[in-house]
Ligand binder design. Structure first.
Ligand code: 9WN
Length: 725
């Protein structure tokens, strides 16, 4: 279990423990007192990280209530908890169906089938995966039966897309997407069964819940199902709400992938789930893609057309790998824009469930605006799958911030993060644990690697020691080198995402040219650099490229920590002197100060390299120096003519990202370790706070820091040394 955020992990575990009933977990203590279908999937994913036994029990308990036709019910009622939720078994009357289990109380609809994904997580995360195989063997036929049910009953045209027939089946109950199909349902109060909502009895603000009008329609549909005795054909004939939803189908598609891997693990043929995954993936791409909107939308089967309402559900095909590369690029633009809170935007939390720019966006109301952890958890994995690593990293860090700052709530205000709905919410706690583990596992592996590979790199490595000299005069070398760095950046750095394509770069002509130019550094005199800006740009760019050069030369795979003393050992010869990244950073750019991890300054008495020291120190360099890791600045090329604006932007992006968490409720801030390592460069602790305030865009956070300047507690965030590949 991760040591990172240990207090909060403990809190999350406590929540799950107090919602545990002995065989399964309530989504929330009061508001949702029974077992819910997809909640249990997410909860099992979190529990798989520390309690395999309970994770298995959670899933097995849920499947005990599976219907004979394979349907997995949305709710399994706890007979001891009846009387606090609506609608309950007396209202559902599922005994009308020949398929409902006689010994369990359930509702009569289903939910997004995340369970195969959860089962695979249980297998993968178990300390002894083989010991979970008997469970995998028991659950596999039930998972197959569930998916078979969906393809058989909910995909009558055999398109590869299944329909939902009630907003509760979507899990995103009052999503704006359902407004149009629901508006077709004309409610005749006289024939609508009488009912009383119970969800407003638990102290949740009604503005955060679905409206009464919505509830009337939910109940109208429920009544229709029971009048059909839950017979699917009867329902299909009379139900006005039949929708192929991108969220439901993406989860099904992704779950088929897990199911195929589970089959392989237990020695079964993976062919059936593989063929389902493929069919659904193709159908999502073809049928649910809205060409003009550039996003996936739900398809209204009554109308045979897409519902032109774009929500976060439209990004979920990324989770299933069901979007083409072009579709992914198109949706990424929307996903990473002000509509859904762009990268480092600063005044919002990724990713709200609905487009913030729409008039009916509602930051308070349930699935009509707020941020939900489960949707974001899936989206971050989807983004990672398509290589949008920087965005995925920043989302995952943002997500962790929400429960830390605002409590383990059901959903969160998209702008200021306030927690809404129920507190002590199960999947928020569970996915928090999963996120910490997923996000920081590389970090901890990095440390192991460091120990294991200590020996591989112990002496200096001069990277520009080839004989081949460039055809450029020494006076022009500086400018040519900068041009070459720029051409490397233009082709192989993704400055948006802060990533470097090391594999392609290694084999490129641009990199070969750059390496030849670096040989010319042996005859280069840094005195030819004129003015602060030119010097600053030269040394920052050179620092950033020597790091990339070192990663390529040393064939580093996942973290610069693989090569102990990386920043000290790799060197370029410049004139008669050697410069490591540490020399450039702490010697030249930081005014020859002793770094916190060494006993001496880089340049000692009589060292001529002191001639090139840049003073005063510009603390913004710390947001521009790239150390080849995920927690450092996104890589870019610095142009001496624009360097001040570029450094401003770099500082602002960093400070408005999850590297700076302001927690007014706890009277503290969590900030990047960069601020602790280089406190002096900022002018001390007090000056760091002023510096942060200058760049922060969140006014409330600014006010808090100003007011609490003296009392404020500062804690430092973990530094992620994984490669920015
Ligand atoms: C109806 C339990 C469930 C979640 C859903 C969420 C909410 C229920 C309700 O709570 O729905 O299923 O009564 O509002 O919308 O996603 O599974 O947490």
């Amino acid at each position: 279990m991760s040591r990172i955020f240990a207090d909060y992990i403990e809190k999350a575990k406590q929540i799950l423990a107090s919602n545990w009933t002995g065989k399964s977990t309530k989504p929330a203590p009061a508001l949702y007192p029974h077992q819910w279908n997809w909640d249990s999937g997410f909860i099992a994913i979190g529990k798989s990280r520390y309690n395999t036994f309970q994770a298995i029990l959670e899933i097995e308990t849920l499947f005990e209530a599976q219907w004979a036709n394979g349907m997995l019910p949305q709710i399994v009622f706890n007979p001891k908890e009846l009387g606090h939720y609506f609608p309950e078994p007396d209202f559902w009357q599922t005994e009308r169906s020949p398929h409902s289990p006689g010994n369990k109380l359930t509702s009569g609809i289903t939910m997004p089938p995340v369970h195969a994904i959860a089962v695979e997580e249980i297998y993968q995360n178990a300390s002894q995966p083989r010991r979970t195989l008997p469970f995998l063997k028991r659950i596999y036929p039930k998972l197959i039966a569930l998916h078979e049910y969906l393809y058989r009953e909910r995909d009558p045209e055999k398109e590869g897309l299944v329909y939902i027939r009630h907003p509760w089946e979507s899990g995103i109950d009052n999503s704006p997407t359902w407004d149009i199909p629901l508006s077709r349902i004309k409610i005749d109060k006289a024939s609508l069964p009488e009912y009383k909502r119970r969800d407003l009895e638990h102290g949740v603000d009604p503005n955060m819940r679905p409206s009464d009008v919505d509830y009337d329609r939910y109940i109208y549909l429920l009544d229709l199902f029971r009048r059909c005795d839950y017979d699917e054909e009867c329902i299909r004939r009379s139900c006005e709400f039949l929708i192929q939803d991108p969220l439901f189908n993406s989860i099904l598609c992704r779950a088929n992938e897990s199911l195929a891997r589970i089959a392989e693990a237990i020695g079964e043929s993976p062919k059936l789930p593989q063929s389902w995954a493929k069919k659904t993936s193709v159908a999502i791409k073809r049928k649910l893609w809205h060409e003009e909107h550039g996003i996936f939308d739900a398809c209204d089967l009554m109308k045979g057309e897409l519902i032109e309402i774009d929500t976060a559900a439209g990004f979920l095909p990324l989770f299933a790998g069901a979007a083409t590369r072009e579709q992914a690029e198109t949706i990424y633009e929307r996903l990473n824009s002000a509509s859904f809170c762009g990268l480092h935007q600063g005044n919002c939390f990724t990713i709200p469930n609905y487009d913030t720019q729409k008039e009916d966006f509602d930051r308070l109301n349930y699935w009509r605006g707020p941020v939900w952890i489960n949707i974001n958890w899936m989206l971050a994995l989807g983004l990672r799958r398509y290589g949008y690593t920087l965005k995925a990293d920043s989302m995952q860090k943002d997500l962790l911030q929400l429960p830390i700052r605002f409590g383990f709530h059901e959903y969160f205000d998209s702008f200021d993060g306030t927690g809404y709905g129920s507190d002590n919410f199960g999947w928020t706690a569970a996915l928090f644990i999963a996120l910490v583990e997923e996000f920081y596992k590389g970090e901890e592996k990095g440390l192991d690697l460091k120990r294991a590979m200590k020996k591989i790199f112990s002496s200096s490595l001069v990277l520009n020691s080839d004989q081949e000299m460039p055809d450029v005069s020494p006076e022009k070398l500086g400018a040519e080198l900068m041009k070459s760095i720029k051409s490397v950046k233009d082709s192989y750095y993704d400055t948006q995402r802060g990533l470097v394509d090391y594999e392609r770069l290694r084999q490129s002509q641009e990199f070969r040219n750059y390496r030849i130019l670096t040989n010319g550094l042996k005859e280069f005199d840094p005195n030819t650099l004129k003015g602060r800006k030119e010097k600053l740009a030269f040394w920052i760019n050179l620092y950033n490229t020597i790091v990339v050069d070192g990663i390529i030369t040393l064939k580093i795979k996942s973290s610069v920590k693989e090569a102990p003393e990386f920043f000290k050992k790799i060197k370029y010869q410049i004139g008669d002197f050697l410069f490591s990244p540490d020399d450039i950073e702490h010697g030249i750019l930081r005014g020859n100060v002793r770094p916190y991890f060494r006993l001496t300054r880089p340049f000692g008495v009589g060292d001529q390299r002191k001639d090139w020291i840049l003073k005063p120190v510009d603390p913004r360099i710390h947001f521009a120096l790239v150390c080849g890791s995920r927690s450092c600045a996104p890589i870019d090329y610095y142009d001496f003519e624009k360097i001040d604006q570029q450094l401003e932007k770099a500082a602002s992006s960093f400070i408005n990202s999850s590297e700076v968490l302001v927690l007014p409720e706890e009277g503290k801030m969590l900030i990047s370790k960069i601020f602790s390592w280089y406190e002096k460069d900022f002018g001390g602790r007090r000056a760091i706070l002023d510096f942060i305030v200058d760049y922060l865009v969140d006014d409330a956070a600014k006010d808090f820091i100003r007011q609490e300047h003296e009392r404020l507690k500062i804690e430092y965030l973990h530094y992620d040394w994984n490669l920015n590949r």
